[in-house]
Design a protein around this ligand. Sequence first.
Ligand code: SF4
Ligand code: SF4
Length: 128
Amino acid sequence: MPPKFFWETKKLDELTAREWERLCDGCALCCLQKERDSKTGKIRYLPLACRLLNLKTCRCKNYTNRHQVVPNCANLTPVTLRRYRNWLPSSCAYRLLFEGKSLPSWHPLISGRKTSTRQAGMSAHHRA
Ligand code: SF4
Ligand code: SF4
């Protein structure tokens, strides 16, 4: 039997800070503006990104101080995940694990490549 990954052996609230950060697939979809359809309740991602998002790399330009610079940047933790998860894309690693699902094959922790999220067409690249 292949060895289990850390996210398969621990609960989300048991992860170290580093393990928690490593789970992010870097899609940056959570950094796009969103709106909820008043009839269907579905979340739509708009082609407008947070001003701190580098659209080429899909990285935050000031990740360390992001909550000071952008007060409405969601502080995603095992506790807040329950509240935010419906605003996250269904492909988000935190949402998938919260819902008891597996990470997709294109997730960088599975593929071993940092660029695999973008190559799979799952990132905000070219969407804003
Ligand atoms: S949607 Fe989830 S996986 Fe994608 S960048 Fe945001 S927190 Fe990371
Ligand atoms: S501050 Fe950074 S992490 Fe937060 S939404 Fe903006 S780009 Fe994304």
